[in-house]
Design a protein around this ligand. Structure first.
Ligand code: C2E
Ligand code: CA
Ligand code: CA
Length: 408
């Protein structure tokens, strides 16, 4: 513990000293100053591993301090403290994280010593279990266009499937296919590492082609092989795939998807294309045209990450979606933030009033699942139910859910 150094910036000596005592007791070296200039000097000379920062001070505000910390590419873990309301604190925390700062936590004053201790010693008990489809831990490699071309040629893209279940009974309702790159030297890379590049250089459509083909083949086998599910449940299973905005101009791709559906004996009505709220709005007229055609073939459309984009509600109502997915940022915080809870309920009610099915993603514990059930949300997806699973790992997961073997 001796290698942890905490630097405190707080204009209130009482608070500063309290934090100092708790931190020293927890085994940290501590320096407390009420003076911003001194704070930045110490930051440079003493290189603290942790910072406790008061958000509201007379001579300099905490937001400015954070902006400067971000400019200095500060790597210390930051604990934000203040007497302002929790909404303001939460907003400050989010803004800091968006600046690339490492936020260990947000402490509303008066705070309890155990809370602070947990943030200082942190991340011991709360580490989630390793994902079943493990993501490569090593330093991110520089990915080039050539790498992506090669990956496509060698068919290195693999899929993980995350279950979607009914909030009421926990019964399996469908799966979302999530792409990973099984990189020969770096292991499994998450989509965030290569999808943006693929989108910017016109390689997203060939990737989507491979993704859909693989997903349909696997999904076809699920619908036939999941004999522990009742025939009715099996007949209702849905396959969701993510579609990038750029793909919405490629009607040939969707024509191919229709053919692949036939080849894999999957009815188009079992397929849901997930589009992000903003992607569908990029060109509302063209979107309306293609999306309507897709719906006429029988494909379903889902608005992904709902609540994070900035689109006109009117456009949204005009486009022929059949599902709305509440963004996980609201769902994950719903139990600790009344505001998030309000947003989740609002989106579910909005979805229902438009005749859409609602899925909440990012369901990480039983409590939020209860809440979702209580407000009438239809489907749930998240780590509490299952992490994204490889096609192979999906079967033991399904078998372990004994209560899915019900209903004639
Ligand atoms: P998304 O469509 O919003 O997918 C959900 C993401 O949330 C997945 O991340 C999933 O692993 C993660 N997740 C699921 N449950 C939980 C939970 O309970 N807690 C938390 N914290 N996270 C959860 P992943 O697999 O890294 O995918 C990231 C994004 O990459 C996806 O976000 C999607 O936008 C994009 N993506 C994935 N596959 C494809 C694809 O085939 N094509 C395109 N265009 N984009 C894809
Ligand atoms: Ca999605
Ligand atoms: Ca999403």
């Amino acid at each position: 513990m001796g290698d942890r150094r905490l630097l405190i910036l707080d204009d209130d000596p009482m608070t500063g000293e309290t934090i100092q005592r708790i931190a020293e007791f927890a085994g940290l070296e501590v320096y407390f100053t009420p003076d911003p200039d001194r704070f930045f000097a110490l930051l440079h000379d003493w290189q603290p591993t942790h910072i406790a920062l008061d958000l509201v001070m007379p001579t300099m505000d905490g937001m400015e301090v954070m902006a400067r910390l971000a400019k200095l590419s500060c790597r210390a873990k930051i604990i934000i403290t203040s007497g302002v309301g929790s909404r303001v604190l939460d907003a400050a925390g989010r803004s800091a994280a968006e600046h690339g700062l490492d936020i260990a936590g947000v402490l509303a004053k008066p705070f309890s010593p155990p809370q602070l201790r947990e943030m200082l010693l942190g991340q011991i008990s709360t580490a989630p279990p390793p994902p079943t489809v493990a993501i490569a831990p090593s330093e991110p490699p520089e990915i080039t266009l050539t790498d992506l071309h090669r990956a496509l040629d060698r068919q290195e893209f693999v899929l993980a499937y995350q279950p979607k279940v009914l909030c009421t009974t926990g019964e399996l309702a469908g799966v979302e296919a999530l792409v990973r790159w099984a990189h020969p030297s770096y292991g499994l890379l998450p989509p965030g590492r290569f999808i943006p590049l693929a989108e910017s250089c016109d390689l997203i459509d060939p990737i989507t082609d491979q993704v859909i083909d693989q997903a349909l083949a696997w999904f076809g086998s699920l619908c036939v092989g999941a004999t522990q599910l009742s025939p009715t449940t099996r007949d209702r299973l849905m396959l969701s795939v993510n579609i990038s905005a750029r793909t919405l101009t490629n009607s040939a791709l969707f024509e191919r998807v229709r053919e692949r559906c036939e080849a894999h004996r999957v009815d188009p009505t079992r397929l849901i294309f997930e589009l992000t709220e903003t992607s569908a709005m990029d060109d509302p007229v063209a979107s309306l045209d293609l999306l309507t055609r897709l719906r006429m073939i029988g494909f379903h459309l889902s608005i992904d990450d709902f609540g994070t984009g900035f689109s006109s509600m009117l456009q949204l109502v005009r486009l022929p979606f059949s599902e709305i997915k509440v963004d996980k940022s609201f769902v994950m915080t719903a139990m600790t933030s009344p505001e998030s809870r309000t947003v989740v309920k609002f989106i579910v009610d909005l979805g229902h009033s438009l005749g859409l099915r609602c899925t909440a993603e990012g369901v990480e514990d039983a409590e939020i699942l209860d809440y979702l059930n209580h407000i009438g949300c239809d489907l749930a997806q998240g780590y509490h139910i299952a992490r994204p699973l490889s096609g192979q790992d999906f079967w033991p997961w399904l078998a372990s859910r004994t209560y899915t073997i019900i209903r004639p």
